[in-house]
Design a protein around this ligand. Structure first.
Ligand SMILES: NC(=O)c1ccc[n+]([C@@H]2O[C@H](COP(=O)([O-])OP(=O)(O)OC[C@H]3O[C@@H](n4cnc5c(N)ncnc54)[C@H](O)[C@@H]3O)[C@@H](O)[C@H]2O)c1
Length: 260
């Protein structure tokens, strides 16, 4: 079944070849359809793996993170350029509306559009509820919930203006009439800086040894082991692909039984 989306047309590349006396010139006109992705929290972990995977899939990939992750996100951008794809770094705190708006404006200015928004940035806080302050609670919701809403809001506005559909990936809602699909990935337990932080905090709270939390997690998964960021990148690669145009409103859980 043909894709529902109109591919982006970027400048025509004309190749001229001399091919003997009878056919002095063969002119081949190639139309390149390059889709543009923006990945938040792309300096490490799952965001990094998704960004690299999308670049390998042939997308140009703009990266976001906070200034505190400067070196990491720059290194990811260089890896993407080494794969022959365009990449750039856009600092923004996803919980702040003006910064998210500016980030999307910058990406659109630099690449000419936006086709895939991966709202990946997030934080974790491991503490008992009775020790959690209102400020900490608000911070989690500002980044993990408001941040996704803001990224979807400004990406969707751009995608609707472009009129060629799009992909919003990170949390669930519906925008089917504009051919923008919205899907979420629920990573389960993925070994990353975030889960290392949880392991460390569990040691402090419960006197466990380094790595114990990962062992406990892995024993509770259906397959008996934890995931790595590239496992999630493979799933997101499909959700972001043109062939996934008929998949929307889904929250896809990876292989864990844990509610995480
Ligand atoms: N690792 C897991 O097992 C797991 C499980 C469930 C959900 N998740 C979710 O998947 C996403 C990625 O997880 P990860 O394990 O790669 O985490 P991670 O901590 O390794 O990476 C998170 C990234 O987000 C960035 N970030 C944090 N606050 C930000 C902000 N305000 N604005 C922009 N960027 C910000 C960080 O700098 C970092 O690069 C997160 O949203 C997380 O909640 C992870």
């Amino acid at each position: 079944m043909p894709s529902q989306e109109t591919p982006q047309r970027v400048p025509l590349t004309i190749f001229t070849q001399f091919a003997g006396l009878l056919n002095p010139y063969i002119v081949r006109i190639m139309v390149r359809n390059t889709r543009i992705a923006l990945v938040t929290g792309a300096g490490q972990g799952i965001g990094e793996a998704i960004a690299l995977r999308l670049a390998k899939d042939g997308l140009d990939v703009a990266l976001n993170d906070i200034h505190g992750n400067l070196e990491n996100v720059k290194a990811v951008s260089e890896k993407i350029m080494a794969l022959g794809r365009k990449s750039s770094v856009h600092f923004a705190d996803v919980s702040l509306e003006d910064q998210v708006k500016n980030m999307i404006d910058e990406v659109v200015k630099e690449y000419g559009g936006l086709d895939v928004m991966i709202a990946n940035a997030g934080i974790v806080m491991v503490k008992p509820i009775f020790e959690t302050t209102v400020e900490e609670w608000d911070k989690i919701f500002a980044i993990n919930v408001r941040g996704v809403f803001l990224c979807y809001k400004y990406a969707a506005k751009q995608m609707i203006a472009q009129g060629r559909g799009g992909r919003l990936i990170g949390a669930t809602s519906e925008m089917g009439k504009h051919k923008i699909t919205v899907n979420a990935y629920s990573p389960g337990v993925i070994e990353s800086a975030m889960t290392q932080q949880m392991d460390q905090r569990t040691q402090e709270l419960h006197g466990t040894s380094p790595g114990d939390l990962f062992k406990i997690f892995s024993q509770r998964t259906l397959l008996g082991y934890n995931g790595v960021p590239a496992d999630i990148a493979g799933l997101v690669s499909y959700l972001a692909s043109e062939e996934a145009h008929f998949v929307t409103g889904q929250s896809v859980r990876s292989r864990t039984t844990l509610l995480f």
